[in-house]
Every structure is written in structure tokens, then in C-alpha cells.
Ligand binder design. Structure first.
Ligand code: ATP
Ligand code: MG
Length: 254
């Protein structure tokens, strides 16, 4: 069965896209047939894989408005086993367009169902909001991967996300589960990072990944070259961390 993971946190800049791209890359490298769905109008996962957004005829916009199948929007990347469903800023307009539309919460789920289990893993990169798009992602997913930046306000706003998760569980997606909480941009030399890490562990007993992601310049540089960090500098600390995280994910859910 396909495992569908929504990488979600409504807070901006916490490492959602970095996590989505690099986990997808290492899943594919481990032999898992993987689809990365860029579900953020910023399209950072798309450009992070080196895909030029300017001449795409079918993207998640067409998929979600029912003008194209997900299948037809998927691009095979240059990496074995790794496919991408791209997005562009037009995706932002669909929020308004879908506001009153039939089945507006289950558009993504339907689109994924039509793939009939072809992929082992589907990773959904979510926008920094609790928008209709994010909710579509959570209703389509089996799991949430929650990146939390190791900084002072890290846990603020998470209550709202967990509340949304609860509502979705009671309603359209009872099987939605928290796969794990991922401390990102950790700087283990600072007591603040360590304190926040402890705080996160206290808040989410048993759900925090063993692996933490260090603050690492290679992770920030790689997208500007259109590369996952594993293809940019596979021996960097950042690459090794995402490789370890992927192993941990496969260990948890297969
Ligand atoms: P948004 O909410 O805008 O979608 P995001 O949660 O997807 O943001 P990213 O885009 O992954 O966050 O990361 C934000 C910025 O921090 C990017 O410039 C990224 O390259 C950089 N970054 C992410 N993780 C790390 C890290 N571990 N070390 C250093 N820089 C990082
Ligand atoms: Mg992002």
C-alpha cells in the first residue's frame, strides 16, 4: 500500500520543503518508488529539484481544479524512482476558485486514489498555512511529518495544527497519524537548541525522531543549484542527517 506523508507546519521557514525534497530523494535512492507532490504555490520543491517552473503545462493547479489527472502532471526526475508533481504560483488562485466547489476538501485524495497504489511513498510538501490546500494534504495523507525549528517560538501555533489534525481524524480521515516530529536547524553548540529539543520531547513523548537535522550551509545551498543535498554534497552533515532520517522512517513504517 502507498504510504502518504504530509510534511506540515503552518509556520513558515521551518524546513518543510528541505525535508520533503531530501526525504523523497533518499526514499527513491533506497529503491522505493516515490512521488513528491509540491503542494505549495511557492513551488520551492519544484525548483529545488531543478525543474523550470516557467513552461509547465500541467501542474497541481490543473490537477486540483479537475482539468488534468495527477498522472498527467507527473514528471520523472533525473533520479531513479523519483517523480515530481510540480506547482507554480497559480496554485494560490485555486483557494478562491475552490472555496464553494463540490468535494473541495478531497480533491487531492481523489487524485491520488486514481494512481491506484503505483508508488511506495508519496510525500506532500505543504504551504505555511492551515489553508484549503494544507487541509487537502492532511485528508489525503496517512501520516503527518512535523518539522519543528529548534528556536524559541518553535512550539507556538502547534496547538492549532494538532486541533486541525484532531478534527480531520473525527471527520474525513480517521486514520491520520503523527509519524514523527523532526527538530530542524539544530545547533547543538547552543543551549537554546538543546532546551528547545528537550521541550519538543516533553510535548511529544514517543513521537520525536531520533534523528535531528543540524543547521548546515550545504542544505541551504543545494536548492540554489536545483539539487537535493545528496546529489550536491552527499558527505555533508545535512545529507547524512536526511539519509539517517529516511532510514528511521522506513524502520517505522516500512
Ligand atoms: P515555507 O514555509 O516558506 O515553505 P519551509 O518550511 O518549507 O518554508 P525551507 O524552505 O525548507 O522551509 O527552509 C527555509 C530556509 O532555510 C531555506 O532557505 C532553506 O534552504 C534553509 N534551511 C532549511 N533547513 C536548513 C538547515 N538544516 N540548515 C540550514 N539551512 C536550512
Ligand atoms: Mg516550503
Amino acid at each position: 500500500m502507498t504510504k502518504i506523508i504530509a510534511v506540515t507546519n503552518q509556520k513558515g521557514g521551518v524546513g518543510k520543503t528541505t525535508t520533503s525534497v531530501n526525504v523523497a530523494y533518499y526514499l527513491a535512492k533506497s529503491g522505493k518508488k516515490t512521488l513528491l507532490i509540491d503542494f505549495d504555490p511557492q513551488g520551492n520543491a519544484t525548483s529545488g529539484l531543478g525543474i523550470d517552473k516557467s513552461n509547465l503545462s500541467r501542474t497541481m493547479t490543473e490537477v486540483i481544479t479537475g482539468q488534468a489527472t495527477l498522472q498527467s502532471a507527473i514528471i520523472q526526475t533525473e533520479y531513479k524512482n523519483l517523480a515530481l508533481a510540480p506547482s507554480t504560483p497559480h496554485l494560490a488562485n485555486t483557494e478562491v476558485e475552490l472555496a464553494q466547489a463540490e468535494g473541495r476538501f478531497i480533491r487531492l485524495r481523489r487524485a491520488i486514489n486514481n494512481l491506484q497504489g503505483y508508488y511506495d511513498y508519496i510525500i506532500i510538501d505543504s504551504p505555511p498555512s492551515l489553508s484549503l490546500l494544507t487541509v487537502n494534504g492532511l485528508i489525503a495523507a496517512n501520516y503527518i511529518l512535523l518539522p519543528v525549528q529548534a528556536e524559541f517560538y518553535a512550539l507556538e501555533g502547534l496547538g492549532q495544527l494538532l486541533e486541525t489534525m484532531k478534527l480531520i481524524r473525527k471527520g474525513l480521515n480517521p486514520q491520520l497519524d503523527l509519524l514523527g516530529v523532526l527538530p530542524t536547524m539544530m545547533d547543538s553548540r547552543t543551549t537554546l537548541s538543546t532546551q528547545v529539543h528537550e521541550e519538543i520531547k516533553k510535548h511529544f513523548p514517543d513521537r520525536v525522531f531520533q534523528t535531528t537535522i543540524p543547521r548546515n550551509i550545504r542544505l541551504a545551498e543545494a536548492p540554489s543549484h536545483g539539487l537535493p543535498v545528496g546529489a550536491y554534497d552527499r558527505f555533508s552533515k545535512g545529507a547524512r542527517a536526511y539519509k539517517a532520517l529516511t532510514k528511521e522512517i522506513i524502520g517505522r513504517i516500512g
